[in-house]
Write a protein that binds this ligand. Structure first.
Ligand code: CO8
Length: 258
């Protein structure tokens, strides 16, 4: 399909693909990209035929940040009044698991977009950082908050305060990245992972993501309550009975996603 100008979208089996496509600006995230990525992700989210989403860029750049040229002349009042980039809240609220397949630069808003996803797969050439202090500003799409939750206060503080850019290995050691794969294999690995997730029962996957998300927001006691309730609710699904019967009968389950 090509209803968008700054991204490419495609559904392959039960996986929705969103490819950032502004090569002339290293996929810098302007307002149009924000709106199109969010619209595409929201549409995939609403489609029960989609069980996982992959967001990726080019080999050189996942995304080199928010669009500096678009922001440069803005005033504080304008950023606030237009809720510049508030649309990303709707992207982060997507209930379907989203995999960021990162090759090349994931800087500033690019790193923040990756962190709005549930899983970050890195190509061995991936580079992550929050270089906003080099521009006289700070991260504005979640970088100070999500990076701390991902890598802990001290690592995040060093990166946000210095603007230092890290490679895939350091990002993996820090826990930002779940796995590093050879650059040439990134899309195939992302595809296999997304297909694996999309092959599970959708209600269980949606409940798992919602419960994982809750852990980012709340205390252990409240999070355990949320988990217990979500766990119990799944025993009303056809797929729970099927999954457990299939185990007992030593055969693969046939999930119907309800
Ligand atoms: N915005 C706009 N254009 C960009 C951006 C960007 N973030 N990054 C690269 N480009 C453009 C370049 O201007 C250049 O365009 P042109 O050919 O017209 O001059 C083209 O992409 C290619 O870039 P380079 O020639 O610079 O490529 P190099 O390979 O030499 O360098 C780098 C690659 C190192 C990635 C370099 O481009 C760079 O440093 N980019 C900026 C990285 C950065 O600072 N990112 C943070 C941006 S600020 C941010 O993300 C804040 C988020 C919060 C916003 C929330 C708002 C509410």
């Amino acid at each position: 399909t090509n209803e968008y100008e700054t991204i490419l979208t495609e559904q392959r089996g039960r996986v929705g693909w969103i490819t950032l496509n502004r090569p002339q600006a290293l996929n810098a995230l302007n307002s149009q990209v924000a709106e199109e990525v969010t619209a595409a992700a929201t549409a995939f989210d609403a489609d029960p035929g989609v069980g996982a989403i992959v967001v990726t860029g080019s080999e050189k750049a996942f995304a080199a940040g928010a669009d500096i040229k678009e922001m440069e002349a803005m005033s504080a009042a304008e950023i606030t009044a237009t809720d510049h980039f508030g649309v990303w809240r709707d992207f982060a609220a997507v209930r379907t698991p989203v995999i960021a397949a990162v090759s090349g630069f994931a800087l500033g808003g690019g790193c923040e977009l990756a962190m709005m996803c549930d899983i970050i797969l890195a190509a061995d050439n991936a580079k992550f950082g929050q270089p906003e202090v080099n521009l006289g500003v700070i991260p504005g799409m979640g970088g100070t908050q999500r990076l701390i939750r991902a890598v802990g206060y001290y690592k995040a503080a060093e990166l946000v305060l210095s603007g230092r850019i890290i490679g895939a290995e350091e990002a993996e050691r820090a826990g930002l990245v779940s796995r590093i794969v050879p650059t040439a294999d990134l899309l195939a690995e992302a595809s296999t992972l997304a297909e694996t997730i999309a092959s599970k029962s959708l209600p269980s996957i949606i409940a798992a993501k919602a419960t994982l998300d809750a852990a980012m927001e709340t205390t252990l006691a409240v999070g355990l309550d949320i988990e217990r309730e979500a766990f119990a609710s799944l025993f009303d699904t056809v797929d729970q009975k099927e999954g457990m019967a299939a185990f007992r009968e030593k055969r693969p389950p046939q999930f119907v996603n309800r």
